[in-house]
Design a protein around this ligand. Sequence first.
Ligand code: URA
Length: 224
Amino acid sequence: MLPSQEACPAVQPLATDPRAGAIARMDWDELAATVAGCMACGLCKTRKNTVFGVGHRQAQWMLIGEAPGADEDARGEPFVGQAGKLLDNMLASVGLSRADAAQQSVYIANVLKCRPPGNRNPEPEEVALCEPFLKRQVALVQPRVIVVMGRFAAQALLGTDATIASLRGRLHEVRIDGRLIPVIVTYHPAYLLRNLADKAKSWADLCLAQGVLQKSLAMSEPRQ
Ligand code: URA
């Protein structure tokens, strides 16, 4: 259901989000319910559904996109449109599937949980207000590797304004909830739909992530 217009305040830039401490302690059910009812920014006025995330909640891989598009907004699930089909094919090429519960393989989420109208770029304030949700998802999943897809997701997660070209092809790390997690940057599937020649680079990025994961498993202590 569309929340009432009056209930949604205009986005205010916040130095620190007062909700962040509480969000950082939530379990999955609380987090999902809080996202579903979130009215922290103006995107709640235009969304049909919030888009929380999909996949195994203890996945070894976590894939992070930018924001829901029209199909995702309608379905409440990330990456279900054309870009999602390409993403599923790319995952299959390295033996992964969002539906695969047995191998604890993949969890997929976005930086923003609501669709920006007309698929415009996310505003920095929207990213800042939504970020605690993503960080809590990462803390709960405890992935062995994160793959960020596209400039906005990469810049938001890594806290940089560097270009995709300069970020991809090498290992990054992010510290979330005291845990250092390897991060690989790759192109957004929607970009790849328009630039087919770069698909090979994206496949190489997934292979790099797979190598990072294998190394982590080889050195591994079981997750708590
Ligand atoms: N693009 C994204 O970044 N995320 C989605 O869920 C769909 C398209």
